[in-house]
Structure formats: C-alpha cells, structure tokens
Design a protein around this ligand. Structure first.
Ligand code: ADP
Ligand code: MG
Length: 720
C-alpha cells in the first residue's frame, strides 16, 4: 500500500509530502477541497496563485491603545479583560450580543448581531484582543463586529506581548469574497508560505538583483504579506513589481526578436516615384515628419517585416507620412492597404490619399460595407489582378473575398479599435507585409512601453507651422449667458461653433456603464435635449444635430452641411472626436466638461484651431472633486498632448486614458501607474541587455527566468 498516494486522493497532503508553487490550493490543509471553490472565485487555483494574491492594504495592529484614548471613527486594536456578556433582542427583532471589555483606562462594548451561538466564545475574565472602528456612545466606546482573538492563558498569565497572525503585528488585508474571511485567507497564506519557503528559488539573476538593490524573492514574497513594519511593504512591492515588468519586457522582447527573424519585404525606398512625390508636396515637411519618414524608410528597406507605430496628434501630419510609406510600397511594385475604424474616417483617408497621390498618378480605391454590386465585384477583380495599387477601407477589407495580387504594406489607423485577430487577418492577405499603425491618442512613454512594447515607435510632437493655438477657458454654469454671447459674436463674424454634450446618465467620477448600447442611448437622449435648448437660444441661427445613433448617410449629410456652412452650430456627442476637419469652426463649447477624461477633452479641442482664425475652447463645468478640478486646470494651462496624457494617466489610470480601446493592455497586477513609471524603463533596459546576449533565454542559467516569463505571459512567450 502506498499511503501517501491514498491521502492525496482524499484531497489533502500529508505533512511529509512536499508542497510546491504548482500544488493545487486544496491540497493545503488550511484550504481543503470544500473551501477551495471560494478560492477559485478569487482566481486562486494553486499555491502560487495564493501567494500572488497580494494584500490590498495593511493594517498596523502592533500597538494596543488604551480604551479611554480612542477617538470616534478610529480603527484601533485594544486588549482587555471580558467583564460581562449579555444578549438581548432589539425592537427590530435583531439579536444583539454585547461583550463588555475593560482595560486599565476604560470600558468598551463590543457588539455582534444575530449570532447568538457566539456567546459561548467569550468566557468572563479571559483576556481578549479586539480590532475595529471605535465609536463613542455616551461614556462608553463601542465597536460593532470587531475582529477579535482570545489571548492564550499562558500569555495572559505572564503578561507577555501577544502576537499572532492577526494581531500584534502589521496585518495584511486581502481582496476577499463573500464567505471567505480575512482570517481564513491570512491563515492559508501563512501556511503556504511556511510550506514552500524552504524550497523557493529566485528566478531573477543575482547579478541584476544586487545591482538594482532589490530584495531576494523569498524575502519579498514574505514581506508583501507579513511585513515587519509598514515601510517594509514598499521594498517588497518594488521587487515583485520589477519581476512582473521584467518578465513582461522579456516576453515582449523575445517576441520582437522572433518577429524580426521572419523574412519580410525589402522595399526600394529610393526611386523616381518617391522623388517625384516628395518634390511636388505643397509644403515643407516638419522635422518630426522627416524623422518619422527616415525611420519608416529604414524599416521598409530591411528584409524584415516593419512593425512600427506612428503617433502624433490629430493634424500633426501623420497622413502625409503614411502616404510616403504607401508611395514606397507602390514604387517597389507592391500594393498598399489603409484600414480605418469607421466609414467616415475611411472616406476621409481615401480623399486625402487620392489628393496626395494624384500628382504621381497613383489610383486609390475605397471599400466600405456600403459598396454594392457590381462595383464591389469590379474592385475585387482590380485588386486581385494588381491593377489597383492602393485600397482604403473599413472592416469590409477583412472579408475573405478581398485579396491582393501583391500586398506589401498595411497601414492601420487607430489600432486599438481593431482586435489582434483583425490585424492578423489583414496581414495574412500578404506575404509578411510591412505594418504601420497610426494613432492620434498620445500615449505617455510609461504606457507605450507596455502597450506597444513589441513595436518600434515614431512620434511627431510638433504641428505644421501656421496652426493656431486654441485658447482654452473654463467657466462655471452660472456664466453660460456670457458663453452664448461670445458664440453669437463669432457666428456673426462668419465663423462656426461646435457644442459637445456629455452623457446624461454619467456622474462625475463614476465609471461609464459597461453596456455600450445603453451608454450610446443615454448620450443620444441628452444631446437631443441640449439640441432643443440651443435651438431656442440660437433661434436666429442654423443649428444642427449629430450623434452616433444616426446612420452613416445621415452623419455624412450633417458633416457636409456643417462643412458647407449650411449649419452654423453643430450640437454633437463625442462622435466628432475624430476625423472632422472644418477650418471655419473657431469655437468649441464643451458642456459638463468634468464628465470627460483629459485625453477626450484634448481630442475634442483639436477640432478647432484648424484655420487661420483665432479659436477658443470653452469648458462649462462645475467640478465637484479635486481630480476634476485638476483636470480642468491642466486643460487651461497646456496644449501639449503628451503632458496631458501623462497627467491623465496619473489622475485616472490607463483604463480611462485608453477608453474602451484597451484591448491590448496587458494584465499587470503589481504595476501602479502613478509611482512605478521609472521601473518600467529599468525593466525594459535590463530585458534588452539580457536578450542581446541570449535572445530566446535558451542558456541554462536563464531557465528559471524563462519559465517564470512563460508562466506570466503565456500568449506573448508562446507562439509568435
Ligand atoms: P493627421 O493625419 O496627423 O491628423 P494630416 O496628415 O491629415 O494630419 O495633416 C493635417 C493637415 O495638415 C492636412 O491638411 C495636411 O495637408 C496638412 N499638413 C501636413 N503636413 C504639413 C506640413 N508639413 N506643413 C503644412 N501643412 C501640412
Ligand atoms: Mg488624418
């Protein structure tokens, strides 16, 4: 008989059987099979998961406070003797258990509700420790449902200090779930730590750890749960955050190296077509554009697939740069495709590209879902035969009936709106084509390191000369009349105005609803209401309405009407955030501005200041929180998109910054955006350094690190 085996079958492990990080959590006797489903709810399946279930905070329970000194509302630990226990029923029917505890300074009443069986847990005269929120009621302090622990008789008798997992120390407080209490979690974590510590290695090479002054892993994982003092948590967090970021950068780096090792197209970047195209451009390129083009030229010339992100604000001239890449592809005998997230944007790109390419006689096709037979069939034919060199389109381009004769370049605008699968689908229509992704969302470096870690990045920071700076004002809602008067004066001068409306259901600081459909419905409701109001106020002007529930044709009609000055005031939802270009519009009024994120406000503001006239953006807002206030102040003070993005990241985290477009954001558990930025840079540098010597971590010394990386980021570390 193999007895150890028998005990494992029952779901538990004998003391002799060694636990590892990979052991299922139910094998811990402090968890067991019965409770393990509660742990599953927290995403904890293995001992490793349990140890990586980090406390959300710690409570300092080292010092016991004299009862008489407690303040109402204070969370505190006290130690005293139980002097009486009573139970009664309140008028509401609640059974109240009342335990009176005394120390040398005063009396405290601890209360529990509807748990009569607890009564026998509190023998009179025994010593107890309580942790909870104090509340003065007349001359007594009360604690409702405190955490408690009896002091063992021996400790009590000797008067020695009492220290347990839960009291007399800095105690971890975990993200929990109903039915699974802090004490139980704490006990399980402590048991897991004790079991695995002796065999715990360190995946981080000692040389790196020492050079960066980081804690050893066993020490860090112990301290994150049970730190000797509150300050020790920081160094533990640093080490564990570094692990996460380092593995992440390794995973990205390895993937990047694998991508680079693939065969790609070596485009001809110098040639007659490119020459002619550049010569006829009606303006001087900005320094940023020139640099981005040089970077693209290098990538495209190399026999590897380009994987580059081009970021720059709306109006910074990305389209021109992307067009350059298109010309390079065409010159080399390849076709190029430009993918846009909406029909409106696709049309605009098609228009800009055909204007930019007309002087060199390169034709541009447009494909959206509204293209019908037989035009569709003809387009497909031209593409397949290679007669059409450039295609611009929406998701429709991804459909299987679209194929190219020789696709050499894929340009994707606003990439977060496209999923990885969609990106792969378009890339698969060529033989390792070069990929250029455009984004108008300025991404702070800390974030781009994680979001686009596997890509090369070109950034255009300046705008073409001649652009007007937009004067930004913030007014509270009592001053709306002034705003209207100002808008009217602009309209009378022949200019036009945008009015942007937030969603009605949204409250300041509240997370937007998950349900996109409901969200858009709420937005439409409120914009229609605002439209009615503006129609009254601006009764002698032509006011138009635009929102996302209007179909593409209606939207197009409204855009056109505004562009042709048939409409003077356009009341809209955020749909105007991207792709509207009306140089004659000089005012933007943003109602309820506190309900927008910084990045959104900045994007919206970019709709004005596009012509030769001075422009203004007026934020109407009565902010109720300091965060909102800071946001508005940032908007008034700066128009530097990267500064705004950094600020947004600091104030609201990456989710808000990227809006709903954060599909590519990795699940980084430790990273705190506000404080860990520098570690991201360090992790990237260290990863690059290591991979320059061992590009896929195949050397024996790196085995533990490779395993750790694969475990943490399986999608990245796995197949390319
Ligand atoms: P983005 O794609 O970044 O929003 P575009 O490439 O569409 O910006 O450029 C916005 C406008 O500025 C276009 O009308 C374009 O012709 C013009 N433009 C681009 N680059 C320059 C430049 N270097 N000098 C002057 N105008 C430019
Ligand atoms: Mg553009």
């Amino acid at each position: 008989m193999i007895r150890a085996g028998a005990s494992i079958v029952k779901g538990k492990v004998t003391a002799a059987a060694a636990l590892t990080l990979d052991t299922p959590v139910q094998h811990l006797k402090q968890v067991g099979t019965r409770r393990s489903s509660l742990y599953q709810r927290l995403g904890i399946a293995t001992v490793r998961d349990l140890l990586y279930h980090f406390p959300k905070r710690h409570e300092d329970r080292r010092a016991f406070l004299p009862i008489a000194q407690l303040q109402s509302g204070q969370k505190a630990t006290v130690r005293g003797l139980i002097s009486s226990v009573s139970m009664f029923r309140a008028k509401t029917g609640t059974v109240i258990l009342q335990v009176v505890v005394k120390d040398a300074s005063g009396t405290l009443v601890a209360l529990w509700f509807n748990q009569p069986y607890m009564r026998r847990w509190f023998p009179i005269g025994s010593e107890i420790i309580l942790y909870g929120t104090a509340e003065w009621m007349g001359r007594k302090v009360q604690m409702a449902v405190p955490e408690f622990e009896m002091v063992p008789k021996e400790t009590a008798a000797s008067g020695a200090a009492h220290r347990s997992l839960h009291m007399g120390r800095v105690v971890p407080v975990y993200p929990a779930t109903s039915g699974l209490h802090q004490r139980e979690l704490r006990t399980a974590v402590a048991a897991a730590l004790k079991a695995v510590l002796p065999s715990l290695g360190d995946s981080l090479p000692a040389e790196i750890r020492e050079r960066l002054g980081l804690l050893e892993f066993p020490k860090a994982i112990t301290r994150i749960h049970f730190p000797p003092g509150p300050e020790a948590v920081t160094t533990a967090q640093e080490r564990l955050t570094f692990d996460e970021l380092f593995c992440f950068q390794l995973a990205l780096g390895m993937r990047r190296k694998r991508l680079q090792a693939r065969p790609g197209i070596a485009h001809e970047v110098q040639g007659d077509l490119v020459e002619r195209w550049r010569k006829q451009l009606p303006f001087e390129l900005t320094a940023g554009q020139v640099k981005a083009m040089e970077e693209i030229a290098q990538d495209m010339a190399a026999p590897r697939p380009m994987h580059r992100l081009l970021q720059g604000e709306v109006g910074s001239g990305k389209t021109v740069v992307a067009t350059y890449a298109v010309v390079v592809a065409v010159q080399s005998g390849f076709q190029a495709v430009v993918l846009a997230p909406t029909e409106v944007l696709a049309r605009q790109h098609a228009l800009s590209l055909s204007q930019l390419l007309a002087p060199i006689d390169v034709a541009v096709g447009l494909l959206t879902s509204s293209l019908e037979e037989p035009a569709r069939k003809q387009l497909a034919e031209e593409l397949r035969k290679g007669n059409l060199p450039v295609l611009v389109g929406t998701h429709a381009v991804l459909e299987p009936w679209v194929s190219f004769q020789k696709l050499g370049l894929v340009v994707i605008d606003e990439q977060q709106k496209f999923g990885v699968d969609q990106r792969n689908a378009i890339v698969a229509k060529g033989d390792h084509p070069d990929v250029l992704i455009l984004t108008a969302t300025p991404i702070p470096r800390t974030l781009s390191l994680t979001l686009y870690g596997e890509m090369d990045i070109s950034t255009i920071t300046e705008k073409p000369a001649g652009r007007q700076a937009v004067k930004t004002l913030w007014m509270d809602s009592t001053r709306r009349e002034e705003v209207f008067a100002f808008v009217k004066s602009e309209l009378d001068a022949g200019r036009q105005a945008y009015v942007v409306c937030p969603r009605i259901g949204d409250q300041e600081g509240k997370k937007p609803k998950k349900d996109l459909f409901a969200e858009e419905a709420a937005a439409v409701q409120s914009v229609v209401k605002l439209f009615e109001e503006y129609k009254t106020i601006f009764s002698s002007y032509r006011v138009g309405l635009l929102h996302g529930r209007m179909n593409a044709a209606e939207q197009r009609k409204m855009f056109a009407a505004f562009k042709q000055k048939e409409i003077q005031v356009l009341v809209a939802t955020q749909v105007i955030e991207v792709g509207v270009d009306v140089p004659n519009a000089t005012v933007m009024v943003i109602e309820g501005a506190e309900r927008f994120g910084l990045a959104q406000l900045h994007q919206l503001r970019g709709r004005v200041g596009r012509g030769q006239h001075e422009s203004a953006c007026i934020l109407i807002s009565d902010p109720k929180s300091t965060t909102s206030l800071e946001r508005l102040q940032t908007m008034v003070e700066t128009s530097d998109a990267f500064k705004i993005a950094e600020e947004d990241l600091r104030l609201r985290g990456p989710g808000e910054l990227l809006g709903k477009r954060q599909a590519g954001l990795p699940d980084l558990k430790c990273l705190q955006w506000a404080t860990h930025g520098p570690w991201l840079e360090i992790a990237k540098r260290e990863a690059e350094d290591l991979l320059s010597r061992d590009s896929q971590l195949t050397e024996p010394g790196a085995a533990a690190l490779k395993k750790e990386t694969a475990l943490r980021f399986p999608q990245l570390a796995g197949c390319a």
